[in-house]
Design a protein around this ligand. Structure first.
Ligand code: Z5A
Length: 233
């Protein structure tokens, strides 16, 4: 049997679903358990690519939809070897958003249909959105913080950033649900979106500590036990 590596856990969800709150609580729990860990946040706005993304999200610059999608993916590739190194060293990696957000947000962009102006069609095909992230280290578990956009809005309303609009968030939620089905389906592993990833839906509408407990219940055996299989790609 090979040596053990640490698990890679991704927290996904809509805007205001509590990702920042819950990743901090999960990290605190790992610290108290004495489990080495590293928290990453995507987009990582500190890199040169991340600064271009930040400027776009704040509407300080305009970019073609294909370009911003590829920049989000490149921002993950910048950290791919770091993630693999940390896992090999036994450091549990928690990521606040990852490739699933990349697909969900870009695939939710729509425009008016030329043939039927009353309807909308996707600007970017789903498979095209998925392609640039193929080959990235894949998480062992995704905790999807699920909340209705109407409930999320009550948490202070959407802010100033580009995608923080209720119709967009509702489409994003639908794509996330589709990604969850593709990830946890009974399909052969070769046909699945992320072959070794477990997709867990967490009710993010509950009180903070209850959400944290449910997340911990889902990942505790993973983070305590370590893994022998290589990082999924
Ligand atoms: N994006 C993309 O398009 N492509 C990509 O590849 C990636 C991202 C990676 C920026 O993401 C945008 O980038 C995002 C997706 C897109 N656009 N949108 N929308 P971000 O992660 O930097 O920003 P965000 O998702 O907008 O994060 P957020 O607003 O900070 O939300 P959050 O982290 O999920 O929630 P929070 O800060 O923990 O909590 C929000 C509020 O709710 C706060 O007042 C809390 O105190 C409160 N809260 C938290 N939990 C609870 C509970 N349980 N009950 C009541 N109140 C709560």
């Amino acid at each position: 049997m090979g040596s053990k590596r640490a698990p890679f856990i991704v927290i996904e969800g809509l805007d205001r679903s509590g990702k920042t709150t819950q990743t901090a609580l999960l990290q605190g729990r790992l610290e108290r358990e004495g489990i080495p860990n590293k928290l990453l946040k995507f987009p990582d706005r500190t890199t040169t690519i991340g600064q271009m993304i930040d400027s776009y999200l704040k509407s300080a610059s305009e970019l073609d939809d294909h370009v911003i999608h590829l920049l989000f993916s490149a921002n993950r590739w910048e950290l791919a070897s770091t993630i693999e190194k940390l896992l090999a060293e036994g450091v549990t990696v928690i990521a606040d958003r990852y490739a699933f957000s990349g697909i969900a947000f870009s695939a939710s962009k729509v425009e008016s249909s030329a043939s039927d102006p009353g309807t909308t069609i996707p600007k970017l095909p789903f498979e095209w959105c998925r392609a640039p992230d193929i080959g990235l280290p894949a998480p062992d578990e995704v905790l999807f913080l699920d909340i209705a956009p109407e409930q999320a809005r009550l948490r202070g309303g959407y802010g100033e950033e580009r995608y923080e609009k209720e119709e967009m968030q509702a489409r994003v939620r639908q794509v996330f649900q589709h990604l969850g089905e593709e990830t946890s389906s009974e399909k052969p592993q070769s046909e699945r979106l992320a072959p070794g990833t477990k997709w867990t839906v967490i009710d993010a509408g509950k009180e903070r500590d209850a959400v944290a407990e449910n997340m911990w219940a889902s990942v505790q055996s993973l983070v305590r036990g370590g893994l022998t299989q290589p990082v999924w790609k």
